[in-house]
Design a protein around this ligand. Structure first.
Ligand code: 8YV
Length: 303
């Protein structure tokens, strides 16, 4: 975001970490100890090696909620503070989950292609789709974003259940003990949990098979949460009804087998990408930085 970049450069004498490996190595050798704060996003983060090389690091300020690419354990050990930008993106990420939900079940993107290709005139009616209202929806990760998704789908008369490691007290939704149990009681499983080691591959072949050929999978969280090769296999074999994906295991790479499937909707990790939300995320990022420099605390530290 140019406005954020300018503010960082002008107000905080920020320096961009070089992209090229050789340049970066030399940069860190000469200047690795000079920086107190890194401003980054979940896309890059501050991994184990980079954090070690930043010997004077005191804080990592993330644009976005995801911080799975940052070595949180090392940061804790070294007393390095970490912030993200919670809540300001809930609406847009939840909107994207609902957009994928409607698109996958009602095939709006596929139908749009049908019109553009001229198929309407030559092939006639578009095939019948699946009703989106009144479905049983399972939310994997009923956190800040998961709750907003659930609220939106209540308006579609959906029955909501969820799986979290810990039961959430203040909701009436049914809690499932495991992701597989949640999938078995859902028509649509929506992945809204955080990424990182703890959730890696949690949506595996067992979970996908529990959803089954009439089930749908939506992911607006992190590609790492789903075992992507099992997902591709299940879709190719017709063992899963369809999928709506905003995130992938190795972005921007998308498994090429998915490109030909009309029961799959593919988005380029855009869930929080509106003018309004990215502006709010940038403001909160700068507010965290300002606060840290003023008094060594963060406005929205990660929990
Ligand atoms: C990105 C996201 O952070 O918040 C997250 O975790 O995945 C996104 O909002 C955003 O694209 C900045 O890179």
């Amino acid at each position: 975001m140019p406005a954020l970049k300018d503010a960082l450069k002008d107000r905080y004498r920020a320096v961009r970490l070089p992209d090229l490996p050789e340049e970066r190595k030399e940069f860190l050798r000469l200047r690795g100890g000079n920086f107190q704060v890194v401003v980054t996003s979940g896309r890059f983060g501050v991994g184990t090696e980079l954090m070690r090389e930043l010997t004077g690091l005191q804080a990592v300020v993330h644009l976005g909620v995801g911080h799975d690419t940052t070595d949180v354990a090392q940061a804790r050990e070294r007393g390095i503070a970490i912030s993200n930008t919670p809540d300001v993106l809930n609406d847009c990420v939840a909107d994207t989950a609902v957009a994928l939900y409607l698109d996958v079940l009602r095939r709006t993107s596929a139908a749009d292609r049908y019109v553009r290709n001229g198929d309407w005139a030559t092939k006639g009616h578009f095939p019948l789709t699946t009703k989106a209202s009144g479905k049983r929806v399972g939310i994997l990760g009923l956190g800040r974003i998961g709750r907003v998704i659930a609220r939106r789908l209540e308006a579609f008369d959906c029955t909501i259940s969820y799986h979290n490691r810990r039961r959430v007290d203040d909701v009436a939704y049914v809690h499932a003990d495991s992701p597989a149990k949640l999938a078995a009681m859902s028509d649509v499983l929506i992945v809204a949990t955080s990424g990182g080691q703890q959730t890696e591959g949690v949506v595996d072949a067992e979970v996908i098979d529990a959803l089954g050929p009439n089930g749908y999978l939506i992911n607006i969280a992190r590609g790492s949460v789903i075992d992507e090769s099992s997902l591709v296999q299940a879709l190719l074999e017709g063992r899963l009804g369809g999928a709506g994906l905003d995130v992938f295991a190795e972005e921007p790479k998308v498994p090429k087998e998915l490109l030909a499937l009309n029961n799959v909707v593919l988005l380029p990790h855009l869930a929080s990408g509106t003018q309004e939300t990215r502006h709010a995320m940038a403001e909160l990022t700068l507010a965290n930085l300002r606060r840290f420099i003023a008094d060594g605390t963060l406005l929205t530290p990660i929990s």
